[in-house]
Design a binder for this molecule. Sequence first.
Ligand SMILES: NC(=O)c1ccc[n+]([C@@H]2O[C@H](COP(=O)([O-])OP(=O)(O)OC[C@H]3O[C@@H](n4cnc5c(N)ncnc54)[C@H](O)[C@@H]3O)[C@@H](O)[C@H]2O)c1
Length: 306
Amino acid sequence: MKILVTGGAGFIASHVVDRYCALGHEVVVLDNLSTGREEFVNPQARLITADITDAVRMLEILATEQPEIINHHAAHIQVGNSVKHPQFDAENNIIGVLNIMEAAREIPIKKIIMASTGGAMYGNKQTPFTEEMKEEPLSPYGVSKRAGELYLNYYFEQYGIPYIVLRYSNVFGPRQNPHGESGVVAIFSEMLAAGKTPTINGDGTHTRDYVYIDDVAEANVLALESTEIGAFNIGTATEISSNEVFEQVANAFGLQVTPEHGPERPGEQVTSSLDATKAKEKLGWMPSVQFAEGVERVVAWYQHAK
Ligand SMILES: NC(=O)c1ccc[n+]([C@@H]2O[C@H](COP(=O)([O-])OP(=O)(O)OC[C@H]3O[C@@H](n4cnc5c(N)ncnc54)[C@H](O)[C@@H]3O)[C@@H](O)[C@H]2O)c1
């Protein structure tokens, strides 16, 4: 199949592109290279450097390329920055989706798959979060992702374009940007590899659900063939504290380091984890890489392949 992957030069979608290419699909990557890197784009895929906020360009590209599937990962992803610059966040994550969908309805598209957030979607509730829970995002980023989901549902109802939304927990793996605000596995790995001592925000007891990149890429493969419509949590329902993450990463490096502790980030959720029973039942998806194993792979990447 011919698949257009937006954000395919970035962390998650570059792995999705690798899987799609390995399966023999024809892949076109659309990315503005704001955080993505050209060298992450699989050589079997073709890169178009473009911005999803450019409506005219989106119309042109989709009309020319005529993909059968769109896999949409391009986005502004920093929660803290979305609080500071909600318009920028909305421009990328809401207007960007609209530009893609307005262009998509002009061509015979079979499906759109979109990356969304599970961690920032449900607000402060009892964990693990399920898709039945009310979406109550507490940040502009969560709001913009939810808006994107609602627009996909609108285009399905109005124009019959099938969609699958994958709501990820905290994804980790090789190629993750260590200079962002989240992605602590990457942040700790980068610092320890450079001989620096990482700082943990707060007392390090806040927990998150970490899902390994290969499992996330697999969800994007299963979504291709599925006839399901709607949103699916992609997570492990396991909660791991920042202190535990630090310990695992330091162990994998074979280091005995005591981390420093900084101030808590204001508005930070104390805990989050995702129940992915629906993805298991409807998509046949289950996480297969344990956290410790994933950390070993990330550290090996920092030590050898990076
Ligand atoms: N990393 C996570 O833990 C996580 C969790 C939940 C959801 N997600 C979602 O997964 C997707 C990918 O995230 P990631 O972690 O790989 O981030 P990333 O920054 O590595 O990837 C985003 C990619 O999109 C590109 N991009 C950004 N704005 C663009 C624009 N206006 N036009 C064209 N390209 C643009 C960037 O250059 C980059 O290559 C995002 O939609 C994000 O919201 C990520």
